[in-house]
Design a protein around this ligand. Structure first.
Ligand SMILES: Nc1ncnc2c1ncn2[C@@H]1O[C@H](COP(=O)(O)OP(=O)(O)OP(=O)(O)O)[C@@H](O)[C@H]1O
Length: 289
């Protein structure tokens, strides 16, 4: 059974639908990244799946249950990391986690979660004294304290420094290896590429593409570009057989290092920007002059 099944999901706040007949399946155990420009309908979709918003039409099943009006037993099985949580300033991470753990029937030990998100040395510091990245770790800790089967992460690494992002990615991989299904929204293409088994691209409330990051980026199918320095000039070559060409190039340099050699293929970002470009033009045309 899929963790999430969405069929014909529609939601409008005004005349224009925010989600417009969306079909989507999230498989049990996968890390799925939902990408899309601002206003694409990601948060609306995710919040409907979390049971926080009502839909206008369509079918939604999350862990086999319609989230609209689902009870506590269902809520115990999911974890949610919102864009930011506030109002906890005077408590410590240990206190916040200990009191949240009481809500769940099968919580994880507080110490274990503190260590997993890398907050063990800040466990007794008031939240007000944590850095932005450390607060975000606490948000994640709150999302996983209930031992969720399915974890929703809304733009989890916004504001992280590069090392904090790498640490966070490791945490997500650990959770995925433990069998947690993860649905994340992100604006970072490298994050989707690093973490996701599959990526869905939405714009104007519709699904534009759905595939593995490699297939979406065309990595497996498209030609590579080799670039190198020779005679003081940067040269480049598009090729379907980069390995053979590199070995020919290397021979030109007497088998030594080819100066400044790079090998690149179209990235997920290239494909993504191409997919959403028409929808960005649509949005701008609606902004009054
Ligand atoms: N509560 C609301 N009331 C009115 N309109 C809303 C509401 N929530 C979202 N919208 C509109 O619905 C559309 C989709 O918004 P949504 O927040 O789902 O997009 P998103 O893909 O999550 O965007 P972002 O990347 O900016 O977070 C947008 O046009 C937004 O302005």
């Amino acid at each position: 059974m899929d963790a999430i099944t969405i069929r014909g999901l529609t939601k409008a706040y005004g005349p224009r639908p925010a989600v417009d007949g969306l079909d989507l399946d999230i498989r049990t155990g996968e890390v799925f990244a939902l990408l899309g420009p601002n206003g694409a309908g990601k948060t609306t979709t995710v919040e409907i799946a979390e049971g926080f918003r009502h839909r206008d039409a369509g079918e939604v099943r999350v862990l086999g249950t319609d989230p609209q009006g689902a009870g506590l037993a269902w809520r115990n099985r999911i974890g949610i990391v919102l864009q930011s949580s506030g109002g906890l300033d005077l408590l410590t991470p240990r206190e916040v986690l200990a009191s949240t753990a009481k809500v769940f029937t099968r919580p994880r030990p507080v110490e274990e979660v503190l260590a997993e998100v890398g907050l063990d040395d800040r466990a007794d510091t008031r939240v007000v004294g944590l850095s932005g990245g450390q607060r975000r770790r606490l948000d994640v800790a709150l999302g996983i304290i209930g031992r969720p089967e399915l974890l929703f992460l809304d733009e989890p690494t916004t504001g992280f420094d590069p090392q904090a992002r790498r640490d966070f990615w490791e945490l997500i991989r650990t959770l995925a290896a433990q069998g947690t299904t993860i649905l994340l929204t992100t604006h970072y293409l490298d994050e989707a590429e690093a973490l996701a088994d599959r990526v869905g691209v939405i714009a104007a409330g519709r699904l534009l593409a759905l595939d593995t990051p490699d297939a979406l980026g065309g990595r497996s199918a498209q030609e590579a570009t080799l670039a190198w320095e020779e005679d003081g000039i940067r040269r480049s070559l598009r090729t379907a057989s980069p390995t053979a060409d590199i070995s020919r190039l290397s021979a030109r340099f007497a088998g030594g290092e080819v100066p400044g050699l790079t090998v690149s293929r179209p990235s997920l970002e290239d494909t993504y920007l191409g997919l959403i470009a028409p929808h960005l033009v649509d949005d701008r045309s609606e902004v009054p002059a």
